[in-house]
Design a protein around this ligand. Structure first.
Ligand code: ANZ
Ligand code: ZN
Length: 855
């Protein structure tokens, strides 16, 4: 008897498929296209099954779509720039490129055994000059459209190392991860992309994304943060200047009892009186060390002080104090707010702390305008204490106040977004050089297209002090100005790596083009991505930036669609047991633990706690895919990944559970071999009219399996239930009495076809063993015979007074009256109804009958 030897079989088929180029993207335009994409990995060095879950999900979809008649594009690449490579370079004294490419090779080696049908001809790495040449070219498109600009911006400055730090390099106490110095905020000229120009479209087009999880769309909408309201101007007493505020509640303008500026507001020093000057300066200094999070946290007390200056409410003419406070952010709106303590929670608390008057101007229906408030009334209502507006519903009042302000020239309607322009400058080496040359005479000059790529120089030195090695490399920095030829200097900032990933999905459609960023015909043919699969951690930035890039490139006429990703699946995390010493909070590697059933710290002997946690290096709980593939094979690893949980839910990885999937595949193996051993297994074609009762039942099981798997796969990709259906079908086949029947043959064939996207190797092996010459990978997905689904008989549950007493088989087409008759005539019915008075009969057609008898 032949034994299932997955490792051998899988290697054999992977080789054969590669030789026949089965994974190559077909050019056949007669077929509809399907673009299946996994978020590309960062080449950190090694993969665990948490990463591979993503690729397995995409691969099943890609394989299914091929069988459904699509030409499929499933590419893969590497998000290969970024800080870890640079840190590794410093720590290990290698070049970031060496480290990165070594990791790519390793990770490709890890992916290979999984049998993913990836078109490796289109592989790309964002750190390769062939790729970043076009990243730079796209940057020049942005520059040309006025969408890339430079501006002073606050950065984290390490005064000891004399370098800019990323937010992640600053700890909770505001200290540098490396030098430990207290990080300062410093203004530096930085490059920005004007994503705010697209805020409205990015928000509105979320409605087009019908194949995205609602949760992700909500996160994006909140990030864009649209607020509709008004811009109102308050004159300053004794000055010509006015202070503008943004408010979402213009209807409360009669209740303004003070104005608050952000401490950084340029008007702050001007409105501050002599007496208040030193206090104000001290306060500004204190606030400059607080993070935005601290300043806005709901649970933190709001701090503020008066400036001594006064403003005038344009509606009431009242003089009101001007304060500064930490809760007003300079970057949002105008950096100033009108304080309405009666109707804004923060203002209410702030006014109480600072003894500022609280004036009610909105009341609920039937409310009392003079009642003292114990908290802010933030709902809508009716305007009071507001002159001629008294009695106006507050929602209407918003428009009316804006209309009056417009007429009097003191304000206007305004829409405000929380979204800010994208700061893309990084003072780092391992990224795309910004292709600009700074000339004293000509300003920031774009590097001419024919000079792209601006390549990263290799002969740089990395120092533990950080800072950009590019800025220190004189030979690279000093170049003639492309416009006037005078001495000029290269831009030494590199781009945020999110730029690289904002367009890689476009490049896959024409990955080898060295004349163009991509051929418009190809990008328009393949895009948008039909199914994108990746982690929820990218719900905001990566997806928003990619949508932004797509829209800008559309406006540059480089492509003709509005949105890059039609459907999005955010797969859950994979978790595994992690062992932690509760006293030291340290994780211990399972390999260092003597007895996993009674885990103890090898150093201290203390008992360890065991939790399921997201796989990660730091918790020593990452399971590399080869741990499963080398023992059970890729097909088992794939099935387990898909079966254990629905794709968007977290999955707990239990080594022992994997065995179950392996047993299932062994069962399939035996079934098909037993079937192949029969001399007559080639006799085929089912004659539906001539089937026996058991044959009909088996055939119904076969077609139910087709129906259920197809539904599970086509709807929300419920792979876990689809795999269960396959198990049910294999059980039905195993239990069949007549294994020579044509229906049995149909069942075996169907089982293999349905299994093929999930476990392609075993499906191919058994398929060809049955004598098929063509690969199973391109067979048509099985069709449902609706007739076969119709049941001849159903099982009817018989209940007496709601208590189940037995079941009977009855014709599926029975009427209610017939069902009652069958039930009464049955053995169960006769036994339990004998001598009883039936008062009522309740029939649930197709399911059950309940007799209510007199007590
Ligand atoms: C007066 C008012 C009265 C407000 C009221 C609210 C309720 P969103 O929805 O987030 O856009 N605000 C404006 N600029 C601010 C800044 N730079 N820092 C902190 N707060 C700022 O919120 C807009 C509201 O937040 C504005 O409307 C303003 O307070 C405040 F009963 O103005 B409101
Ligand atoms: Zn010049």
């Amino acid at each position: 008897e032949s034994r299932y030897t997955p490792v051998e079989i899988e290697a054999k088929w992977q080789k054969a498929w590669a030789e026949q180029n089965l994974d190559t993207t077909p050019d056949d335009s007669s077929k509809p296209k399907f673009y299946a994409l996994s978020m590309f990995p960062y080449p950190s060095g090694s993969l665990h099954v948490g990463h591979t879950r993503n690729y397995v999900i995409t691969d099943v979809i890609a394989r299914l779509k091929r069988m459904q008649g699509y030409r499929v594009l499933q590419p893969m690449g590497w998000d290969a720039f970024g800080l870890p490579a640079e840190n590794a370079a410093i720590a290990r004294n290698t070049h970031p490129a060496t480290w990165t490419y070594k990791n790519i090779t390793q990770m490709k080696e890890q992916l290979r055994p999984l049998g993913l049908s990836i078109d490796w001809d289109r592989e790309l790495a964002t750190c390769s000059p062939d790729y970043y040449r076009w990243t730079q070219w796209i940057f020049l498109q942005f520059l040309d459209s006025g969408l890339a600009y430079q501006k002073e911006a606050a950065v984290n400055w390490d005064p000891v190392d004399q370098t800019v730090l990323a937010n992640e390099q600053v700890d909770n106490e505001g200290r540098s991860w490396r030098s430990g110095a207290k990080v300062e905020r410093k203004l530096l000229r930085q490059w920005f992309l004007k994503i705010t120009d697209y805020a409205e479209e990015l928000l509105a087009d979320l409605d087009k994304l019908t194949g995205w999880p609602e949760r992700v769309k909500t996160m994006q909408a909140n990030w864009i943060g649209k607020s509709v309201g008004a811009y109102l101007e308050f004159s300053i007493v004794g000055m010509d200047e006015k202070v503008g505020v943004f408010t979402t509640r213009p209807d409360t303008v009669y209740g303004v009892t003070y104005v608050v500026l952000a401490p950084e507001h340029p008007l702050t020093p001007q409105v501050t009186t002599k007496e208040r000057q030193s206090a104000v300066e001290k306060f500004i200094e204190e606030v400059s060390n607080e993070s935005e999070l601290e300043r806005t946290a709901e649970d933190k007390p709001k701090r503020g002080i008066p400036t001594g200056g006064k403003a005038i409410n344009p509606f009431t003419g009242a003089e009101i104090p001007i304060l500064i406070a930490d809760y007003v952010l300079y970057e949002y709106g105008t950096g100033a707010v009108m304080g309405v303590p009666a109707h804004d929670t923060r203002d209410f608390v702030f006014a109480q702390q600072n003894d500022l008057p609280i004036k009610t101007v909105i009341i609920p229906k039937g409310g009392d305008a003079d009642a003292e408030l114990t908290e802010a009334y933030t709902e809508s209502g009716e305007m009071v204490n507001s002159d001629s507006f008294d009695g106006t519903p507050s929602v209407k009042g918003k428009e009316k106040i804006i209309a009056k302000a417009e007429k009097e020239g003191t304000g206007k309607a305004r829409v405000q977004y929380r979204l800010r322009d994208w700061l893309i400058s990084r003072q780092r080496y391992w990224g795309v050089p910004i292709p600009v040359i700074h000339c004293d005479a000509c300003g920031a000059v774009p590097v001419p297209e024919q000079d792209l790529p601006v390549e990263l120089p290799e002969d740089v030195t990395f120092s533990a002090q950080g800072g950009s090695p590019l800025a220190k490399l004189e030979s690279w920095v000093n170049v003639p100005c492309p416009t006037c030829g005078k001495d000029a200097k290269r831009e030494t900032d590199t781009m945020d790596t999110f730029i690289d990933s904002s367009w890689y999905f476009l490049r896959y459609t024409d990955a080898k083009n060295d004349q163009q960023v991509f051929d418009p015909a190809k990008v328009n043919d393949w895009m948008p991505v039909d199914q994108y699969v990746g982690g929820i951690e990218h719900a905001i930035l990566h997806l928003l930036y990619s949508r932004f890039f797509t829209k800008v490139l559309r406006d540059r006429k480089l492509l003709n669609f509005d949105e890059p990703f039609q459907k999005l699946l955010t797969q859950g995390m994979v978790q595994a047991s992690a062992y932690k010493n509760p006293k030291t909070e340290k994780y211990v590697a399972p390999s260092d633990i003597a007895d996993l059933d009674n885990p103890q710290d090898p150093e201290t002997g203390e008992s360890l706690e065991v939790f399921y946690e997201k796989m990660s290096k730091s918790k020593y709980n990452g399971v590399p895919p080869e741990e499963v593939t080398s023992k059970y094979g890729a097909d088992t690893a794939r099935l387990f990944t898909l079966f254990k949980a629905p794709p968007e839910k977290d999955l707990e990885w239990e080594g022992a559970d994997v065995e179950g999937q392996f047993r299932f595949l062994n069962r399939v193996w035996r079934l098909v071999h037993e079937y192949a051993d029969q001399a007559n297994h080639k006799q085929q074609s089912v004659d539906a009219a001539k089937l026996s009762k058991p044959e009909k039942e088996l055939r119904r099981a076969v077609h139910t399996a087709i129906q259920e798997t197809s539904e599970d796969l086509d709807g929300d990709y419920q792979f876990n239930t689809a795999v269960s259906e396959l198990m049910k079908l294999s059980n039905a086949l195993g239990n069949a009495d007549d294994k020579t029947s044509s229906v049995y043959g149909e069942g075996i064939k169907t089982l293999l076809l349905l299994l093929a996207p999930f476990a392609p190797h075993i499906a191919e092996e058994l398929w060809q063993m049955l004598g098929h010459a063509d690969s199973i990978l391109f067979q048509s997905w099985p069709q449902i015979d609706q007739e076969a689904l119709v049941a001849d008989e159903i099982t009817l549950v018989i209940q007496i007074m709601g208590k189940t007493r037995g079941t009977i088989e009855v014709p599926a087409s029975s009427t209610k009256a017939e069902l009652e008759q069958y039930a009464r005539d049955s053995e169960v019915g006769q036994r339990y109804l004998e001598g009883e008075m039936v008062k009522k009969v309740i029939v649930v057609p197709g399911k059950l009958i309940n007799f209510v008898v007199a007590k």
